[in-house]
Design a protein around this ligand. Structure first.
Ligand SMILES: [Cu+2]
Length: 155
């Protein structure tokens, strides 16, 4: 067996550490599957956020912990827009995400939906879980400065 020189090993470790750090610190909701199964999807609430130049409408959402939601994100603007909300996305129990009513995606959590093309729509199905105030921004160019920021409050 060939033993790697220590210097190579150090470089390898340093390489790992130089990976871009995720911008979120929370871990995904651990019992998400059980929460999604237990939720009453017949009483799901639908909330729509329209993206455009340069706004989220509404900019501030209030959600109830324990409630099942479909959050529709629709880009009715001319430009691409992002819905970046990593902390929020890590504090809900994900059921699925639908893209333009065509593709269904399942994952433990998401960081952002980008880019949302003109006419694009994503529907987020989740149960609101951890109470808190979470930030939403569009990280494209100067869109945030022009008004594309908001909050999601889970209470
Ligand atoms: Cu934008």
């Amino acid at each position: 067996m060939r033993i790697l020189p220590l210097s190579l090993l150090v470089v390898a470790i340093a390489g790992c550490q130089s990976m871009p750090a995720p911008s979120v610190s929370a871990t995904p909701v651990p019992n998400a599957d059980a929460l999604v199964k237990a939720a009453d999807w017949a009483k799901m609430e639908t909330v729509t956020v329209v993206l455009g130049e340069h706004h989220f409408t509404p900019a501030d959402l209030k959600l109830k912990a324990g409630q099942a939601y479909k959050l529709e994100l629709r880009n009715e603007g001319e430009k691409d827009h992002y819905f970046t909300a990593g902390e929020f996305f890590k504090n809900v129990a994900w059921r699925k995400v639908m893209v333009n009513k065509q593709a269904e995606i399942k994952a433990p959590y998401f960081l952002a939906f980008e880019p949302l093309k003109k006419g694009g729509q994503v529907d987020l199905y989740f149960v609101a879980v951890n109470k808190g105030t979470y930030q939403v921004i569009c990280t494209i160019d100067d869109h945030r400065e022009k008004g594309m920021e908001g909050t999601v409050v889970i209470e």
